[in-house]
Design a protein around this ligand. Structure first.
Ligand code: ADP
Ligand code: MG
Length: 697
């Protein structure tokens, strides 16, 4: 059987209807897809405990017995469904705070069940809250040991496609794979990496023979996943270096030099100079530059981006700067126009809301080559935007701009323009290696002189009075204040209401100061006016949503108050905090949360209070949230359909996989040797669909 082609609907126990459900809910179509749908956790069934044996501090345990009765108990938030469960040695209470009706209907009094859960003491008795309940199944439960649990959606559960059902199907499939699955790693790689065979790995990931075999299975599958990811990245980075020649910028001319001499408002920091030298070297080689520039908020990346664009102009090329939002693009546009004052360079702004007439003017100017610098949003990548001779692309705050999107830009000229990606969210090493295995990295590790570290304070929301006294002191010193509210789509109405209330109360508390408000629902003109009033220091306090997260630069602002800080991720908090501390004054960031906090939230607040180091924060963020949750990653589509590896935890395997992949690519760049046949075949299967690389060769 070719498992990649075999449709699941022909598998015994599935059929057309369930196949469609699996298809829609889990994106599983073939037998292979299903085999690669792994359990998310395992429960040790090697031992069934008796109720009499239960003592304190037990982990998840398994009991086998019968439900004696159901009863609704308690009031309000304490309202719950309670069941008495016995196994002959004693009784224990099972409780559910949710889904009572469903549970009481589903489970029959008197039938034999296996239950799993963590016993806890309530009053003077043992209970298990929200236990998992299974019908005892002789066939599957017989090889007692570690049993896999599969994630299934609500919709699937309603059609009785729960974890147990998936497990049964998996059992059928594994039984039917007589000849086993085809190995996907060459023998020498298996040996080198000390992996077990794919066949054994797949069997054991679903039905572990022992904890040891499960570990080996996990290692094999993680290794393979990361290995191919790296092999793919390394292969193309090499291809690009060899085949995809870049434009050689042979000289530095008057654009760069005049700017440096006449327009540069301050001395560059040592780090800015070093990075510019690195870039200068890259673009001089005749190979295409793909460089990631990491630098904490306020480290002065914009200037580096601008001077990099000027290098392109000096060599007869055009340059563009792309930003993630219209506000940021606009601010860059205004800032850069200001910086280039007195120089003969036409700079234009192109975004989604650029009027048709202006848009046509820009299209024409870019195509004829008259316009040298364009700043904009994603609108720049559209096919309608054609350049006369684009040589440099600077991408700001879009570090999750993957290979695919970058490849769109590469097509804007006969050869790929140089690319500089700038980001203030430092990417942990493992993530950078996965997303950008093909990028070179520069770091600005120095802030412009005179900046003081921001003091961060965590405050519960019932202590506002003392907070406002401190804010007033700052206002009296002539400083400005941001107050930021969270805003998410699901909760939009309420969030806007909180914002409005916050705005009104700031006006009341600080009647002698002017308060402005900025949010995404305002008309652009209104928003601009409000923003401008803050920039001009007409307004002293700005109440806003996260629209101010990136970009806005008001060095006189010294206080950042973040309301409902528990609702923000670490990286976002760090970004927001970066809006202050841009001038010479001592700045403050105040994180306001409710008193009741989850462990995770408390940790987030502690990290924010402890450090201003963006690298440390992003590393912690990755540990706390896992890479899939890091903002923006879902859309990047690059590396996050990882099925089993966890970039936060599997850094070592990743490094090992990358080392082996890089040795292979070095010896056999095109993977043409017979022993590497499997590799090129597998790469094609895994990645061919995703990126069209044909234009490279
Ligand atoms: P980011 O790296 O966060 O994009 P910006 O480029 O917005 O930072 O720069 C932050 C602020 O620092 C700006 O006001 C900018 O003009 C200023 N700045 C940049 N480089 C220097 C420097 N070498 N010396 C002093 N101020 C600088
Ligand atoms: Mg910036």
């Amino acid at each position: 059987m070719d498992i990649a082609k075999a449709d699941i609907k022909y598998i015994q126990g599935i059929g057309a209807k369930r196949a469609e459900l699996l298809n829609k809910e889990l994106n599983v179509r073939s037998v292979e897809d299903l085999l690669y749908y792994f359990p998310y956790r395992y429960i040790d069934r090697s031992r069934t405990y008796t109720i009499r044996e239960i003592t304190g501090s037990m982990p998840y345990i398994q009991l086998k017995g019968r439900i004696l009765s159901f009863e609704m108990m308690g009031e309000g938030t304490g309202k719950r469904l309670s069941a008495q469960f016995t196994d002959g040695t004693g009784t224990i209470e099972l409780v559910w705070f949710k889904g009572a009706k469903f549970i009481a209907e589903k489970y029959k009094i008197g039938a034999e069940y296996m239950i799993f859960g963590k016993p806890a003491v309530f009053g003077s008795r043992w209970n298990i809250a929200h236990p998992e309940i299974d019908v005892y199944d002789e066939e599957i439960d017989k090889p007692a040991g570690l049993q896999g649990y599969y994630n299934t959606s609500e919709k699937m559960k309603r059609s009785f496609m729960n974890s147990k059902a998936i497990q049964k199907i998996m059992f059928t499939i594994i039984q039917s794979l007589r000849g086993g699955v085809t190995e996907t790693l060459p023998a020498y790689v298996i040996e080198r990496s000390k992996c077990i065979y794919l066949n054994d790995a797949l069997r054991n990931i679903h039905f572990p023979q022992s904890p040891d075999m499960l570990r080996k299975a996990e290692y094999r599958l993680k290794f393979e996943e990361l290995f191919y990811l790296q092999l793919n990245l390394l292969r193309y980075s090499l291809l690009r270096k060899h085949k995809l020649g870049g434009f050689a910028f042979s000289s530095i001319g008057s654009y760069f030099n005049d700017f440096y001499k006449n327009n540069l408002p301050f001395e560059l920091t040592g780090a800015q100079k070093r990075v510019l030298r690195e870039i200068r070297q890259d673009v001089g080689t005749g190979r295409q530059m793909n460089r990631l520039l990491q630098g904490d908020v306020g480290s002065g990346k914009t200037l580096v981006g601008l001077m990099t664009m000027l290098m392109a102009l000096d060599n007869g090329f055009q340059a563009c700067l792309m930003a993630p939002t219209e506000i940021l693009a606009t601010q860059h546009f205004e800032g850069i126009v200001g910086l280039l004052e007195g120089m003969d360079v036409e700079v234009v702004l192109l975004t989604g809301s650029t009027r048709k007439k202006q848009r046509e003017y820009i299209h024409e100017g870019l195509q004829s080559g008259r316009i040298k610098i364009v700043i904009g949003t994603h609108a720049l990548i559209e096919d309608t935007v054609k350049f006369h001779n684009l040589g440099m692309v600077v991408i700001d705050e879009q570090h999750r701009f993957g290979v695919e999107q970058r490849s769109k830009l590469w097509r804007k000229n006969v050869r790929a323009p140089h690319v500089l990606v700038m980001t203030a969210t430092p990417i942990p090493r493992t993530l950078a290696m996965t997303l950008y295995g093909d990028l070179d990295v520069s770091v600005i590790d120095e802030l412009p002189p005179g900046r003081k570290p921001i003091q961060t304070i965590h405050q519960f929301d019932n202590k506002r009075a003392s907070l406002y006294a401190a804010v007033r002191k700052q206002l009296e010193l002539g400083r400005q204040v941001y107050v930021v509210y969270p805003l998410i789509e699901e909760n939009e109405k309420l969030d806007y209401k909180n914002l409005e209330t916050g705005f009104e109360s700031m006006k009341e508390i600080f009647p002698e100061y002017k308060v402005c408000m900025v949010h995404g629902k305002m008309k652009p003109a209104e928003k601009d006016a409000a923003m401008q009033s803050f920039v001009n220091h007409e307004a002293h306090i700005m109440v806003a949503t996260t629209v101010i997260e990136v970009g806005v630069n008001v060095p006189n602002a010294s206080v950042m108050i973040i309301e409902s800080a528990e609702r923000f991720g670490l990286s976002q908090l760090h970004q927001l905090r970066g809006r202050v501390g841009r001038g010479a004054d001592q700045s403050y960031c105040i994180l306001i949360t409710s008193f009741k906090l989850s462990d995770d939230t408390r940790k987030r607040m502690e990290i924010m209070v402890r450090t201003c180091d963006g690298f440390e924060i992003s590393e912690a963020d990755l540990q706390l949230r896992g890479p899939g949750d890091i903002e923006g990653t879902q859309q990047s589509g690059v590396a996050f359909d990882l099925k089993i590896s966890n970039l936060a935890k599997d850094g070592q395997i990743l490094q090992f996989a990358r080392d082996i992949a890089s040795e292979i690519i070095e010896k056999d760049p095109n993977l043409e040797q017979p022993e590497n046949f499997i590799l090129s075949k597998q790469l094609q299967k895994l990645f061919a669909k995703k990126v069209d690389w044909s234009f490279i060769s």
